[in-house]
Design a protein around this ligand. Structure first.
Ligand code: ZN
Ligand code: ZN
Ligand code: ZN
Length: 142
């Protein structure tokens, strides 16, 4: 997928490429996820969009976008899911247990999946993977 996705025209094109109608709500949602620059909750997006999309529609949209690989679901160990745009470079996250700071960690997708298949020889293929790291950031260590 192309790296530069910084306007609604690009998002509209991306949506249509993946079989969606480029509705105002979906474009606004993708734009909000891009602006957040970190994994955020659906509630955060809805609040951020100030009425451009309601909560029920936002949940439905995010799930549909996730199925098509435009949005990635991230488990930060809270009781609710976080989401981010999946159109950028594949990465994982390092999360501070104390302050919630999130840093991106790049590990090649193929490398991870090869390692997993080597470790579990009874598996033939991998659909997806999810991996986040949790610990304490520099600022919280002092
Ligand atoms: Zn991320
Ligand atoms: Zn911290
Ligand atoms: Zn990965």
């Amino acid at each position: 997928m192309s790296a530069q996705m910084n306007d609604s025209v690009e998002f509209a094109r991306l949506l249509r490429e993946h079989g969606f109608r480029a509705t105002f709500g979906r474009v606004a949602l993708l734009t909000a996820l891009q602006k957040a620059k970190k994994p955020v909750t659906v509630e955060y997006v809805v609040k951020n969009l100030k009425g451009k999309i309601d909560q029920a529609n936002a949940y439905r949209a995010v799930e549909a976008l996730e199925k098509k690989g435009l949005v990635r679901r991230i488990d930060l160990g809270h009781d609710h899911a976080h989401y981010e745009l999946a159109t950028g470079k594949h990465h994982h996250h390092l999360v501070c247990d104390s302050c919630g700071k999130i840093a991106d960690v790049e590990i090649a997708e193929q490398k991870m999946e090869r390692a997993a298949l080597r470790a579990a020889r009874e598996f033939k293929s991998i659909r997806t993977h999810s991996l986040e790291f949790f610990g304490t950031c520099q600022a919280c260590t002092v």
